[in-house]
Design a binder for this molecule. Structure first.
Ligand code: SDX
Length: 433
């Protein structure tokens, strides 16, 4: 961080103005370092939703919302999605550099050595109703991992952090597929370490003990790309949740479980499920106008799922790549006339020509097409956010580990603007009106 100049703040209270350093990172907006504001000025800043707040410094992911740029450790998402596989991207996010051939092979083996879960973990699933939402299962089972790994829970030990990160990246596909198998009443399938990450997940999802299963390489590659596109995204709500939980010293499994719970919301990772349900509800191109009107109606809480983003005020580069993946998968499956895909293309076109969406800079986000691709892969709608969870786990553990390794990190404890009752005395109940 470079100290560029100072900001001057005059609080209008007759006291001399306060000076605060303006810091610059590698790219993106500079920040005003206000860490001493309350101590010196006895005031807080006020920023609900953190629209103008940098909660941390990080070297992992960079987003330029105006230009539609997304970089993982400096590499454009477009290049990573086309030239790398998810394991390379995991290595990059966790270690800061892309692996060479030997490093990739070693990392692959390390992950594969941890793909199985403790046999007793399977018993946690039977406590859920078969029709439990997979995200309820994911929150519970991932949190329960804390009970199994007492051998590496000292978060101040870099080796323990690394092992926990590897365990989480390796076991999330197994846990996710188990949630699906439990939901449909089929036996759990063990991981197969002769398969790559995406192929192994498809195997655990769709294979049965009754017959051989081989995934379609085009579909496995499409899933691998979905995982890359969802791997990390700066300080989004669920990553901020993981960091805040981690700042208390909570174990990494509990922190990731908290992140899963946050991602579940329809305004965040739950949007891909909500988007596909919305497309099914719209049903036909003739009804698009009705839903666009509802999205624009200030008195109607309905929002166009898969549109808009807190940061992107231009195209979400992931949405563009996801649309390409959609074309590839639907062509491979002979579904180019897929009803929902054609509906989504039409909805996108109409929305992007509508003044409301143009003026508010509302573009399709990563969730707009991901549901259509996943549905074409045979993944049920209720599993979409669980797939997002599986992908984002590497981003969460990379951000968590970066924070814990930062000697400056402190427990996160925001303050508030209090608008409640002023101090008053309790009246005995007998005297209350
Ligand atoms: C993800 O943060 C991340 O990086 C998240 C994510 C990641 O990888 O981690 O990218 C993943 O969560 C993508 C976003 C998925 N969510 C959705 O698709 C749900 C629909 N989108 C919205 O709910 C909304 O756009 C948000 C939540 C994504 C962003 O909301 P903001 O930044 O708080 O913006 P806002 O709600 O203040 O909206 C600004 C204006 C409002 O109108 P006015 O009050 O100014 O009149 O735009 C309108 C909103 O009503 N608006 C929409 C809209 N999104 C915003 N109107 C209709 N449809 C929409 N989808």
């Amino acid at each position: 961080m470079e100290h560029k100049r100072n900001a001057i703040l005059d609080l209008g209270n007759g006291e001399p103005p306060l000076e605060f350093p303006i810091l610059a990172g590698t790219m993106g907006p500079e920040v005003v370092d206000i860490r001493t504001l309350y101590k010196r000025g006895r005031v807080f800043t006020y920023d609900p939703g953190f629209m103008s707040t940098a909660s941390s410094s990080s070297s992992i992911t960079f987003i330029d919302g105006d230009k539609g740029i997304l970089l993982y450790r400096g590499y454009p998402i477009e290049q990573l999605a086309k030239q790398c596989d998810f394991m390379e991207v995991c290595y990059l996010l966790m270690n800061g550099e892309l692996p060479n051939i030997a490093q990739k092979a070693s990392f692959d083996k390390t992950i594969k050595d941890h793909t199985m879960v403790h046999e007793q973990l399977a018993r946690f699933y039977t406590g859920f109703r078969r029709d439990a939402h997979p995200m309820a299962v994911m929150v519970g089972v991932v949190g329960a991992l804390s009970a199994f790994y007492h051998d590496a829970m000292d978060i101040s030990d870099a080796a323990h952090r690394e092992l926990s990160a590897v365990r989480l990246v390796a076991k999330l596909p197994t846990i996710t597929a188990m949630a699906y198998k439990y939901n449909i009443g089929q036996p759990f399938m063990y991981p197969r370490n002769n398969l790559n990450y995406a192929e192994n997940f498809l195997h655990m999802m769709f294979a049965t003990p009754a017959e051989e299963y081989r995934s379609n390489p085009v579909l496995a590659r499409a899933l691998d790309r979905i995982l890359i596109l969802h791997a990390d995204h700066e300080q989004n709500a669920s990553t901020s949740t993981v960091r805040l939980a981690g700042s208390t010293g909570a174990n990494p499994f509990a922190c990731i479980s908290a992140g899963i719970a946050c991602l579940w919301g329809p305004a965040h990772g739950g949007a891909n499920e909500a988007c596909l349900n919305m497309l099914e509800e719209i049903g036909d191109e003739s009804r698009i106008g009705e839903y666009i009107a509802r999205a624009k109606d200030p008195d109607d809480p309905f929002r166009l799922m898969g549109f808009g983003h807190r940061v992107y005020r231009n195209f979400d580069p992931r949405a563009t790549l996801m649309r390409e993946t959609c074309h590839e998968v639907l062509n491979e499956l002979g579904l180019r006339d897929d009803r929902l895909f054609k509906l989504a293309l039409k909805l996108e076109k109409i929305a992007l020509e509508d003044e409301y969406f143009i003026s508010k800079k509302l573009y399709p986000n990563v969730d707009f097409y991901s549901g259509i691709v996943q549905r074409a892969l045979g993944i049920p709608v209720s599993m979409f956010t669980a797939i997002f969870t599986m992908a984002r786990t590497v981003g969460w553990v990379a951000q968590w580990s970066e924070m814990i390794a930062d000697p400056e990190y402190k427990i996160g404890r925001p303050r508030q603007l209090y608008t409640g009752a002023a101090t008053r005395d309790v009246i005995p109940i007998a005297s209350r009106l």
